[in-house]
Structures are given as structure tokens and as C-alpha cells.
Ligand binder design. Structure first.
Ligand code: SF4
Length: 297
């Protein structure tokens, strides 16, 4: 059964533009939020969930203002037809909550992860509230028998503003994880210039734990020299916050040439850091699993 809004969107696609723009653009609006220098593009999506086998990903936005120097998703700049650098544009899927509602009604969804092509709590969320609306839809769905479980991975303490929505999830159906690469705010400021500081994330984790939400620190990516040195402090921060460590991930950034921004960070940290980066890339060719979980830590 096709939802009413989808028929309407298809009609608008044909009459308003005469042709389809990209995979999911029906119409666009270019603008900038007050006080922000990023380009915000409002789009309409045809589908909300991506994935298969009951496990799906949900990205209310495409593009990310957090602008991490190691980001794995920068390839999307070309895929989404953007000319500006990663971190300076965001596509906003304004209709995603309604699309999600329709999809949940017609397919079996066991697990949903937010997000993989953005941070669902990047600054633009303060204006559009799409993550909040999607989580509200998911919370209602999760209350049904066989409803989905949800995993929210973010670098932002903005998630605290949605505590009322997080509380709607039945016990055991929601996990919130804060990803961290270092506990040092000054280092994070050059690595993840658009994201809230690690201390703000750890404070948010502590606050959510106090509210009974299932919270983890996700140490990701494990950067040579930086995260390697900070690992004891990060594990200690998780212990003090009262949350678990969801996992570690070296992702695939060691397999490719580090981008200019990541190299600049390592130059800033000095020759020892640069040397360790190269050594880790060489080690990567012969050993070490991509990711692993500490299990019951
Ligand atoms: S928060 Fe995630 S998606 Fe956003 S720039 Fe950083 S690594 Fe990329």
C-alpha cells in the first residue's frame, strides 16, 4: 500500500521540476540559518530507512557541520553534487518523519541506527528538529510488540534536549552512544571543530545515565598517537560517568591516504605524532581487526 503523501510527492516532482533531481530531491530551497555560514538545502526524501534484513540506518540530514578531520563520509560531497567542502553544507530531509512513519507501518524493522551520513544532533537540528520528530515516531513504534530497537550515536550534548522523547522508549529498546576520540577539549577543537567538546559529551552521558537511559561511550576512531594515548583517560571517564564502552573502531581511515586536514592536525601535534600515524598505517596492512568490542566492560 502506498501512502497518500508519496503519491502527492511524485505528482509534485513531475509538475514542479519536470524531471527528477538526484535520487531523492523533489524540490530544493537554498538558504542559510541565522548566524551560520553553512549552506542549508531543504530536500524531500523518497525513503527514510536504508538497509536490509530488519536492520536499518536513518539519516535525517546528509552532510555534517561537525566537520571532523577524519570523517569517513566526505565522499558524499561528490555523490550529493556539492561543490563546497565537507562540513560547510547540509541537506535537510524535511519530510523524513512522515516517510519514516509510512515505512514503519509497512515493513518489518528490528533495529534502527542514527546516523551514518551525518550527526543527527548537529547544530542544524536546533532549527529543524527532524531527529526529535523521527525519534518520536520510533518511540511509538517501539512500544508495539516486535517494535524496533534504536541506537543513537552522536557527538553532541543536544541529545539532552530530547530527554522527554528518549523516556518514551520501553526499557531495553534504546541505546545512546557518544563517540569520542580524545578527552582533551583543545585537541578535539582541531579534530572536530564543529562538534561540542568531549567534556560536554561526557557530562551529557553522565546526565543521561542519571535519568536511567542506557548510555555508552564509543571510542571511535582510535587515532594513532591521539586516542592511543588518551585511552586510559577515556575508559576512566566512562567509568566515572557510569556508562559502558560500546566499542572501539579504527574504521577504514588507515586504509586510505589521510586527508589534508588530518595531516594538518598531525603536523600541529609534532613529528612524533606524524611518525606514529605512518607507523600505524603500515601496521594496518598486516594486522589488527577493524573493530572489536570489549564485551562486558
Ligand atoms: S560527526 Fe560523524 S558524520 Fe559528522 S563530520 Fe564527524 S565523523 Fe563525519
Amino acid at each position: 500500500m502506498r501512502c497518500e503523501w508519496q503519491r502527492e510527492s511524485r505528482a509534485r516532482c513531475r509538475t514542479a521540476r519536470g524531471r527528477r533531481i538526484g535520487r531523492c530531491l523533489l524540490e530544493t530551497h537554498l538558504g542559510a540559518l541565522p548566524g551560520m555560514s553553512i549552506r542549508v538545502e531543504e530536500i524531500q526524501c523518497k525513503s527514510a530507512l536504508t538497509g536490509s534484513g530488519g536492520r536499518f540506518r536513518l539519516n535525517p540530514y546528509c552532510g555534517c557541520e561537525h566537520s571532523c578531520a577524519y570523517c569517513y563520509a566526505t565522499y558524499l560531497t561528490r555523490w550529493r553534487g556539492q561543490s563546497a567542502p565537507w562540513g560547510s553544507w547540509v541537506q535537510v530531509k524535511t519530510n523524513i518523519a512522515r516517510v519514516l512513519e509510512c515505512e514503519l507501518a509497512r515493513r518489518r524493522v528490528a533495529h534502527v541506527m542514527l546516523s551514518t551520513a551525518c550527526d543527527a544532533y548537529q547544530p542544524v537540528e536546533e532549527h529543524y528538529r527532524l531527529t526529535r520528530r523521527c525519534l518520536s515516531v520510533l518511540a511509538i513504534a517501539s512500544q508495539k510488540l516486535d517494535g524496533p530497537s534504536v541506537f543513537v550515536l552522536t557527538k553532541s550534548d543536544r541529545v539532552l534536549g530530547d530527554l522527554d522523547v528518549l523516556r518514551m522508549f520501553p526499557e531495553g529498546s534504546l541505546r545512546v552512544a557518544f563517540s569520542v576520540t580524545t578527552h582533551r577539549d583543545d585537541v578535539a577543537a582541531i579534530l572536530e571543530p564543529g562538534a561540542p567538546s568531549p567534556s560536554a559529551r561526557i557530562a551529557a552521558a553522565t546526565a543521561l545515565v542519571a535519568e536511567g537511559i542506557c548510555v555508552e561511550l564509543f571510542i571511535n576512531p582510535v587515532l594513532p598517537y591521539i586516542t592511543e594515548r588518551d585511552m586510559p583517560a577515556l575508559l576512566d571517564a566512562a567509568r566515572v560517568a557510569g556508562c559502558g564502552v560500546g566499542g572501539f573502531d579504527r574504521t577504514n581511515y588507515l586504509d586510505r591516504q589521510p586527508g589534508a586536514r588530518l595531516r594538518a592536525v598531525y603536523r600541529h601535534l609534532g613529528p612524533e605524532a606524524q611518525e606514529r600515524l605512518e607507523q600505524a598505517r603500515n601496521e594496518r596492512r598486516s594486522e589488527v581487526p577493524t573493530s572489536w568490542s570489549p564485551g562486558g566492560y
